[in-house]
Design a protein around this ligand. Structure first.
Ligand SMILES: [Zn+2]
Length: 342
């Protein structure tokens, strides 16, 4: 039912590093078993995540004005209209929910995760993560009830400048939309076709299949299953957490959030050891009244290619060809992450 298709190939040239003797370099193209989209795997091991100087982000000339820092929050951040959040803003622990000053859709919130302006991965304590996710997901539930015309719900997170995040101060976006992006819609349509053809939820079938083979299955925390996908979106490889029994925002319980946070703490421990300082992450939630598109959390490391000219890790492949290119094989990434889940 699920086909993992790899096209292996190689390129030969005369290598100036070896007195122009022939050298052969292998690469792969993989076809995503759900969407049919391709992904290049090449340049293996050539790109390493770069270390960020976190304390430097606190120096006044770099920091500039931060609307999320304590004394500015009250004056510089917006408030919700009373029909959505009568209190204007919501808090839970250190987390503060505000509307996005640059909204992505009709209902668009931001969770400021911490009081501190600069937080390294070790600073994301269980409480900070639980409070932020719970607050944001409560907001998604609230807007799902208030406006049923926007069927898809998303948490998105840019962490640190290589990820494209405009503010260093930790924050996540939560919004409802009818247009959750091409990747999301491709996966949704393909999962619907898979269900029509096989009568099964693709994601549940994938988990069973990957657990047997175990080359990309990382482990389980609560009701979430962690694995490395067969094709990745990021250059350094993705990690997914699939919740097979969650389809829409209405199915997501506190127990799921606890499982997500428990696994994320392990991923962060791995990232700290691996030197990852930045990432993009998302939690996608499908429309109500369907049982074929499970909720997925995806995290993708990001880095500058070097700290000399800050070349980004995205290039013509992603910007123009819409083709991911990855320098790590998913099976190798899984082998590295798995010990943190045992
Ligand atoms: Zn700040």
């Amino acid at each position: 039912m699920i086909e993992f298709k790899t096209i292996e190939s190689e390129s030969t040239f005369l290598d100036p590093r070896k007195e122009f003797s022939p050298a052969t370099v292998r690469f792969q193209v993989r076809v995503d078993p759900l969407t049919g989209r391709t992904c290049h795997f090449s340049h293996f091991g050539a790109i390493k995540p770069q270390k960020l100087d976190l304390p430097a982000y606190l120096s006044p000339e770099v920091k500039g004005f931060c609307p999320f820092c304590g004394q500015h929050r009250e004056k510089a951040t917006p408030k919700f209209t009373p029909d959505i959040v009568p209190e204007g803003r919501l808090t839970r622990g250190e987390a503060l929910l505000i509307p996005n000053l640059f909204p992505y859709d009709i209902h668009s919130g931001v969770v400021i995760m911490t009081d501190d302006h600069v937080v390294g991965l070790q600073g994301f304590t269980k409480d900070r993560l639980l409070d932020s996710f719970s607050l944001g997901i409560d907001f998604l539930r609230r807007i799902a009830d208030a406006d049923t015309s926007l069927p898809y719900h998303l948490m998105t997170w840019n962490y640190m400048p290589p990820s494209g995040g405009g503010l260093v101060h930790p924050h996540q976006q939560y919004f409802a939309t009818a247009f959750p992006g091409n990747q999301f819609m491709d996966e949704l349509a393909a999962a619907r076709r898979f269900y029509a053809r096989h009568g099964q939820n693709y994601w549940r079938t994938l988990i069973e299949r990957e657990r047997e083979g175990s080359k990309r299955y990382i482990g389980r925390t609560g009701r979430g299953h962690w694995l490395v996908p067969f094709t990745c979106l990021g250059m350094l490889g993705d990690i997914l957490c699939i919740f097979p029994d969650v389809f829409s925002i209405h199915d997501l319980s506190e127990e799921h959030i606890e499982g997500l946070v428990a696994g994320l703490e392990k991923v962060f421990r791995f990232y700290r050891e691996a030197g990852v300082f930045s990432f993009n992450a998302s939690l996608s939630l499908g429309p109500a009244d369907q049982g074929y598109f499970s909720s997925c959390f995806r995290i993708v490391p990001r880095t500058f290619l070097n700290m000399r000219d800050f070349a980004p890790d995205l290039n013509f492949f992603q910007a123009i060809l819409s083709e991911p290119i990855c320098v790590v094989l998913p099976e190798d990434l899984c082998k590295d992450v798995k010990p943190y889940f045992e």
